[in-house]
Design a binder for this molecule. Sequence first.
Ligand SMILES: Cc1cc2nc3c(=O)[nH]c(=O)nc-3n(C[C@H](O)[C@H](O)[C@H](O)COP(=O)(O)OP(=O)(O)OC[C@H]3O[C@@H](n4cnc5c(N)ncnc54)[C@H](O)[C@@H]3O)c2cc1C
Length: 652
Amino acid sequence: MASFLLDNADLQYYLGEGLDWDALVRLTERGQNGPEGFASTAEALAFYKETAALVGELVASDIAPHAAEIDRQGVAFAGGEASFPPRLQAINRQIADLGLHGLVLPRELGGMNAPMVVYFVVGEMLARADAGLMSHFGFHGGISTAMMLLSILEGTTELDPGTGKVLRTRWGDAIREIASGQAWGSMDITEPDAGSDMAALRARAEQDGQGRWLVSGQKIFITSGHGKYHFVIARTDGGAAGLAGLSLFLVPAYRDEPDGRRTRLATLDRVEEKLGHHGSATVAITFDRTPAELVGRAGDGFRHMLEIMNHARVGVGFQSLGLAEAAFRMARAYAAERRSMGKTIDRHEMIADYLDEMEGDIVGLRALAMHAAFHDEIAQKQNLFGRFLPPVNGSAGAPLREARWHRSVARRATPLLKYLSAEKAVEIARRALQIHGGNGYMHEFGVEKLLRDALVMPIYEGTSQIQALMAVKDTLGGIIKQPQAFVRRTAQARWRALSAREGVEKRVAKLQQLSLSAQQHLATRTVAARVSAVKRAVSSQPMSTWAGALFQPLDPKRDFSLALLHAERLTRLLADELIAEVLLEQAQRHPERRVWLERHLDRAEPRAHFLHTEITTTGTRLLAKLSPPSEPTQQPAETTPAPLPAQPEAAE
Ligand SMILES: Cc1cc2nc3c(=O)[nH]c(=O)nc-3n(C[C@H](O)[C@H](O)[C@H](O)COP(=O)(O)OP(=O)(O)OC[C@H]3O[C@@H](n4cnc5c(N)ncnc54)[C@H](O)[C@@H]3O)c2cc1C
């Protein structure tokens, strides 16, 4: 029987020795060993593998063969509701019947209590069959786990101090409804005039005479927004402008009456007509004084949204990976059959080079995706247990210290993963189409669908540019805050490049040196811009304003402009560097992984030299055009003090 798990040795590596399953099982089961739990890591892992194998067969046999039909039929809008064709309904029912919506939810809430990493493996395989369908799947588990997480954080969940089991939780009924597949949710941020720029969001929430919250405003492009439970970001009355005035609400969009009728509490304006992702509904929805529940405290909406979005970005990483895997396999199979000029096209050098790069990229991306997912999950679980449960062993602070470290690892990896996987999904799908020649342009072969589906990856869950801004902000902010640590890392990389015993270790160290050198260039130029701005202020302003000019914080618009101009280039370099580090670590534990590291380095090394040259030699001409010296932003004394680059989705 066909299986998207068993035909993929790289994916199977992570369901075995590729991840520290002891750590994942220990934290996920946390003292729950009993009739429902597992006696050992091996037993738990056998169960996860069995589940993944079941899904691998389902997607290969029952979903992928219908991808073209799903794409052709799409989701319609009828009678104010989204209407799914019978095939999509049947597939969604199959997924629900297997209990997959509860995969990571606690058993006591109707779930299977599996680690998030298993959920991402399932997500990747679903996306390989149909990326749109995977999106809809993600808004079941994604929203119900967000309900759990936010309720724990706001203190409305009671956990058993011994076992960590959920005794009571604020949205328990909704979570059970979602786990059973009867309902799902959505994340409602985007509005007609605001997407990346969340400070410009206008939807409002106000309290009535009894203190009940009511939300008003239109949200657009909402994936699975035809569902019941909407996490809505809205501006709270009297709240501050910008990001601090945003709050998060849980808003049921309809109520099903006992007689079977549906009462809508928010109006579906339309199902968006889109280029791809026809397996999921994307809607515009209007809330008009719709009753809402405030999550946490008013004004914390942006922070809560980031909690949810960080996981969603890892999810998009796996979704992009699944789509890239489908495109690569389709291209490889076609190239092995199609003949041109006396041989199959996979024997022609240029096509062979494409296929070789696609395959290596996918292995590198999966390493990055697993790295991000693993550390994100450990960080989150350690943090929750450290804060809300008594310690099992050791000191009370240990889990929190460990959580902070894992969080910093995940924070470095997540924007790099979202950026690179999305961009590569488009590149790989585009190359797959090219390999198909004219056939690729025809609907019949299905490869153009992959390109249409891929094109949204760099747009949603924070565009590629926003990911790049986040990565650069963190990287340069870190250097400027702790220059000694940066100098130490540079010295260590130089030492390893000279003295490492293994050739591959030296190569990784040299790649790190190039990345560090590009970072240093941008950090130096950022600080230099600041110093010259201060100099200008000192020479042209009265002495009474000097202190203000000297101690003004860095302004993203003025001081970081060169770094922002090169943000995508630096992000590519940082991603190549991190993939090399993860693959090196794998190769040191499992020598058979070394071949993937070498293949990655063969491609990443020349790319890094090119990116380094671009970053260190270009940009000033355009910057001069964007911001001539006479512009007010060049005058520190006249500029409102601003924190470190607080790009809308970058702050945390
Ligand atoms: C199929 C689909 C599903 C979606 N699902 C959801 C959903 O479920 N929930 C939801 O809330 N939204 C959803 N969205 C919306 C999506 O998240 C936004 O489209 C996205 O955040 C970009 O916002 P925007 O469209 O307003 O573009 P803009 O923010 O106007 O950006 C336009 C361009 O400018 C760039 N840009 C913006 N600011 C900067 C900057 N400071 N520096 C450099 N470049 C910049 C962007 O990167 C982009 O290239 C979905 C969109 C699509 C297409």
